[in-house]
Design a protein around this ligand. Structure first.
Ligand code: MN
Ligand code: MN
Length: 319
């Protein structure tokens, strides 16, 4: 049985064919997969500009230009892993709570198989039901969380489940191992001077953006790998962690963020971790007519595939 492969540009022009992620076949049963790329079109949890419901479709569209080999790291993810796009969660556009329940049930079904879900959001609310399913399988997980925001509010407008609250709920529900969580890229205005302190009280390492400016993040990632250790880890990447000049297509942009090369350093720095799930969230393509936000998101999702456990590298090294 050959592994599912992205459709090549010499078989079908890159602007043709069905826009699955990277033009993967899109027809493999989850039982036969090591990695499922899953779309979660949902934005009922957004506090400001909506539109992340269009993220999965637009990121798939921009992903048509991606080719299978990682020229920088020499990763060959499709050679060593069975990866396919398994389509979207059928969210309920009229009901946040029902959508959250549907997302959890969808991931329960996927995780009944021995696979790693790589999710395309959707707003950051989706991380909560995904983590609920992941923790049922793996127990409390460590996390590498890239974002402008810590997303640990207790409530927003009185609501417990929003895109600004998933990781408060995840700690309360024992889905995360706080001493193995790192948050990177935090910045912007807050409601109180101690807005980042709750995270630190849970044992999180909070890396504010000033620690990232003007430098390579390779030394930081050495520290991150030690902090999250050998146990199961979830990687959650909010596109607003990037500077809005690179990623304007998002709902709650904050100035002076990460660069795209720094984002690559963070994801590539996750090589060797026991990643059990990844997401890329908060792309709202309607605010970026250039498509650059979705193109960047597609590339970051590809880089995630390149650091998953079991990926082989053309330099002969394993993961
Ligand atoms: Mn977020
Ligand atoms: Mn954010």
């Amino acid at each position: 049985m050959t592994n599912p492969q992205p459709l090549g540009g010499n078989q079908m022009p890159r602007f043709g064919g069905i826009a699955t992620f990277m033009r993967l076949p899109g027809n493999t049963s989850p039982a036969d997969l090591d990695v499922a790329v899953v779309g979660v079109p949902f934005d009922l949890g957004t506090s400001n500009r909506p539109g992340a419901r269009f993220g999965p479709r637009d990121i798939r569209s921009e992903s048509v230009l991606l080719r299978p080999y990682n020229m920088a790291t020499r990763a060959a993810p499709f050679d060593s892993l069975r990866i396919d796009d398994t389509g979207d969660v059928a969210t309920n556009a009229f009901n946040l709570a029902d959508s959250v329940a549907r997302i959890e049930a969808h991931y329960d079904e996927l995780l009944a198989h021995d696979l790693i879900p790589v999710s395309i959001g959707g707003d950051h609310t989706i991380a909560l039901p995904i983590l609920r399913a992941v923790a049922k399988k793996h127990g409390p997980v460590g996390m590498v969380h890239v974002d402008a925001h810590t997303d640990i509010n207790d409530t927003m407008f009185g609501e417990k489940i929003t895109h600004g609250t998933p990781f408060r709920r995840a700690v309360e529900e024992n889905l995360l191992d706080g001493n193995r969580v790192v948050q990177i890229g935090m910045r912007g205005t807050g409601y109180a001077a101690d807005d980042f302190d709750w995270s630190r009280e849970q044992g999180f390492r909070v890396v504010q953006i000033e620690e990232c400016w003007h430098r390579t993040l390779e030394p930081l990632m050495e520290e991150v790998r030690i902090k999250v250790g050998n146990g199961p880890v979830y990687l959650s990447f909010d596109i607003d962690g990037l500077d809005p000049s690179f990623a304007p297509g998002t709902g709650t942009p904050e100035v002076a963020g990460l660069t795209v090369p720094q984002a690559l350093e963070i994801i590539r720095g996750c090589r060797g971790l026991d990643l059990v799930g990844c997401d890329l969230v908060e792309v709202a393509p309607i605010y970026d007519t250039s498509g650059a936000t979705s193109l960047t998101a597609a590339n970051l999702l590809y880089e995630m595939l390149c650091v998953l456990p079991g990926v082989e590298f053309r330099d002969g090294s394993g993961s």
